[in-house]
Design a protein around this ligand. Structure first.
Ligand SMILES: [Zn+2]
Length: 313
């Protein structure tokens, strides 16, 4: 399933056909007041219990969470729903369950994270700062065909189409294909999850200058894996990721050229370091044991990034 976020030039920054703000069926005035309040003072509408249970049942990797984790995820998701606006496109019929399905998967990586600054969060809701550079989430019924343009080394311009299941725009909205969101992630080899994929791209972009492509190196938490400086932490991250990425690319090439066994993970991860980070993150959250077997060097790295608080003595 192709999922890309690197070349964003063909997607509009504004979405002129956006539908009214998602309000979770609450009074618009209360909704507006809530949005203006500091996050810790907001009181988002509670997620109805039947809807919550239905969502957990639809995504078994969520149901496997500990009770305390599910409680925290539900709380984060309710605030996420208050902060974001969903824009169904191309006639997609959109409902509460669909919004919640996207919210919980977007919030899953945040459960234990530090703030984008690297520091532990003073208030647990501050982890939502990772997604504070955008509001809109465009939901398409299915995959989207994007027109792309690239220039090769000889200066020749190439035009081509790319099928997208999702797209994250730097300082802009996220686009998701509902077909891909509601897929059967547990049964997909390598564990595909378009929501985690695109929101991890958002994390990655926090370390990129505006207009630059993400590179698979997000801002890291303070004292990342026992390091003593940001430089040391960044060097450790990049070195470990580069080695794993190159080994994966080689395995993909061997399978393609010589008929070797295909790697367990989706080979789309071999297209770019940012895609490697996003696709391996999907696997980290969906299939931790298989991920650990396939990428033993990445498990402590990702634990250090996504779960820094749990690793401290
Ligand atoms: Zn991608």
């Amino acid at each position: 399933m192709p999922v890309d976020c690197i070349d964003i030039q063909c997607l509009p920054r504004e979405w002129p056909d956006a539908l009214p703000t998602w309000s979770y069926n609450t009074c618009a005035v209360i909704d507006l007041v809530n949005r203006w309040l500091p996050r810790r003072w907001r009181s988002p509408p509670p997620i109805p219990e039947p809807l919550w249970r239905q969502t957990l049942a639809a995504y078994p990797f969520l149901a496997r969470l500990e009770a305390a984790e599910r409680k925290r995820l539900r709380w984060l998701s309710s605030h996420f729903l208050l902060e974001k606006e969903f824009h169904p496109a191309n006639g997609l019929s959109f409902d509460d369950g669909m919004a919640l399905a996207i919210a919980v998967q977007a919030c899953l990586p945040l459960l234990y994270m530090h703030a984008p600054s690297g520091q532990p969060v003073r208030h647990p809701l501050r982890v939502l700062d990772w997604y504070d550079d955008f509001v809109g989430i465009v939901v398409q019924p299915g995959a989207v065909l994007a027109r792309r343009k690239s220039v090769d080394g000889a200066g020749v311009v190439h035009h081509y189409n790319e099928v997208l299941a999702g797209e994250a725009m730097d300082r802009g909205p996220i686009m998701l294909s509902w077909d891909a969101v509601q897929g059967t992630p547990e049964e997909t080899p390598g564990g595909s999850n378009v929501v985690i994929h695109e929101f991890v791209h958002k994390m990655d972009m926090r370390n990129s200058r505006y207009g630059d492509a993400p590179d698979g190196a997000p801002p890291l938490p303070d004292r990342f894996m026992g390091t003593h400086s940001r430089t040391e932490a960044g060097r450790l991250w990049r070195h470990t990721m580069e080695q794993a990425y190159e080994a994966f690319r080689e395995a993909v090439l061997l399978a393609e050229r010589f008929g070797g066994e295909k790697p367990w993970l989706d080979d789309y991860a071999a297209t770019h370091p940012a895609e490697f980070f996003a696709v391996t993150s999907e696997a980290y959250f969906l299939h931790r044991d298989q991920f650990a077997n396939a990428f033993p060097s990445l498990l402590p790295l990702y634990d250090g990034f996504f779960r820094p608080g749990t690793l401290e003595p």
